[in-house]
Design a protein around this ligand. Structure first.
Ligand code: HAM
Length: 427
């Protein structure tokens, strides 16, 4: 019979990659929460209308990438292609931003029907950080500082560049749009089919085109920074001055516009040259109009999302390794020892919560058990034979350093391991 394979673009995440992802999530949640953000958990399915209204009708995501279907009641549902729309929906529905700022984060899978390739999947994970009710550049700075701190913790700072732009606001944005449309019309002969279609409906997105044949023409297109209103300029200048004060390097990318329609003012992307074509590892910006657009009171907002798979790939490239399966391996030889092993193991688990203790299963010779101990990555093996059961001891055999094994009384074993364990280099 033909075996069943996973759906294209929806990869299984095997234990080594899962472990790196867990390391990333632990570091991210610790850092994000240390800035006062609280976790929120939202459904994977939302009404289709939410995404059409927030991300924008004329975007790649809404036009061609959503997993949309009618439920049994004939209502159109969509698997979330991103999380910001859902967070805004929840903030409005539960009045979370009434009476002050609300700082939220969430992690989980997103779904986009894109052409799968390295770094681009149809089911992928994001970590989202979103702040509501704060209009000033101080919170933009904080969000960027969170990213910078996380990259440093994970050892990938060297691989990431911060690109910044501002879409401006109000009248300046309208003037830019008009100038852009006029410019693009004047170059209609170079526009590809996508750009021609977007010329009227969403001209800003044309700036984002990767088509090599349009790059020379786009380089001469009207630039957003030339149309910034005074407030947007001041916002941008304060933001960048504060980033400078924090020692966070940035570059202005006047063509950075982002692929979702809800942004206003600040937009940013952390990009890398290490992952091929899929170079954005983390992206975000301000969306000051979105809460009102979804039916809430006007509430400024800003946020970003990390692409988890891409960040894990960067961690791997920087030499991050999965943590070993075990800190300690317990080998048991002979009937009496096999009977005592689980009792001893549970006592150790009581005394040392968090200790990764792998107990030999399935019998085997001394040599076979030590081989398993070695493969588990454990720092040392505890060897329990019938003689040790009789004398109330355990042989402790270091596996990673050249030291002799020694007999330790079972009553003193937890203390002994605690000392060795805390002395072991953190993995
Ligand atoms: P986005 O740029 O569409 O923004 O996605 C954010 C990040 O998710 C990207 O930088 C990338 O790392 C990752 N990503 C996107 N698509 C894929 C894919 N098909 N496979 C793997 N990784 C992917 C948003 O989603 C906005 N909601 C971000 C935001 C939050 N803005 C404000 N708050």
């Amino acid at each position: 019979m033909v075996s069943i394979q996973a759906i294209r673009g929806m990869p299984d995440v095997l234990p080594d990659a899962c472990n790196l992802r867990a390391q990333l999530l632990r570091a991210a949640s610790e850092i994000i929460e240390s800035y006062g953000f609280r976790e929120i958990s939202l459904p994977l399915l939302e009404k289709t209308e939410l995404f059409a209204r927030s991300i924008g009708e004329v975007t790649d995501i809404v036009e061609k990438e959503m997993y949309t279907f009618d439920d049994r009641n004939g209502e159109s549902m969509t698997l979330r292609p991103e999380a910001t729309a859902g967070v805004v929906r929840a903030v409005v529905q539960h009045s979370l931003a009434h009476g002050g700022a609300q700082k939220l984060w969430l992690a989980g899978p997103m779904f986009r029907y894109e052409r799968p390739q390295k770094g681009r999947y149809r089911q992928f994970n994001q970590i989202n950080v979103e702040a509501f009710g704060l209009a000033g550049p101080d919170i933009d700075v904080e969000l960027i500082a969170i990213g910078a701190r996380l990259w440093k913790r994970l050892g990938v700072s060297h691989a990431l560049t911060l690109e910044l732009n501002s879409l401006g606001d109000g009248e300046g944005r309208q003037r830019h749009r008009a100038a852009l449309v006029e410019y693009l019309r004047g170059h209609a002969d170079v526009l590809d089919a996508d750009a021609t279609r977007r010329l009227e409906s969403n001209p800003l997105r044309v700036l984002d085109s990767k088509n090599p044949d349009m790059q020379a023409m786009l380089a001469g297109a009207p630039q957003l920074p030339d149309f910034w209103d005074a407030e947007s300029r001041e916002h941008f200048e304060t933001l960048t001055a504060r980033l400078d004060a924090l020692g966070i390097a940035w570059t202005l990318n006047p063509r950075l516009v982002r692929g979702l329609d809800y942004y206003s003012r600040t937009v940013f992307e952390w990009t890398t040259t290490e992952l091929g074509a899929q170079n954005a590892v983390c992206s975000g910006g301000r969306y000051d109009g979105l809460v009102e657009q979804i039916g809430g009171k006007p509430t400024p907002a800003v946020g970003f999302a990390i692409g988890v798979e891409r960040l894990v790939a960067l961690m791997e490239a920087a030499g991050a390794a999965p943590e070993p399966v075990a800190d300690v391996f317990l080998a048991a030889l002979g009937g009496a020892a096999e009977a005592q092993a689980p009792v001893l193991a549970e006592q150790l688990r009581d005394a040392l919560p968090g200790l990764r203790l792998l107990v030999n299963a399935g019998g085997g010779s001394f040599k076979a058990q030590l081989k398993r101990a070695d493969r588990s990555g454990a720092q040392f093996a505890l060897v329990l034979g019938d003689a040790e059961v009789e004398s109330g001891t355990v042989q402790v055999k270091p596996l990673r350093v050249r030291e002799d094994q020694q007999a330790v009384a079972q009553a003193a074993l937890a203390d002994f391991i605690r000392k060795q364990w805390s002395a072991a280099p953190a993995s």
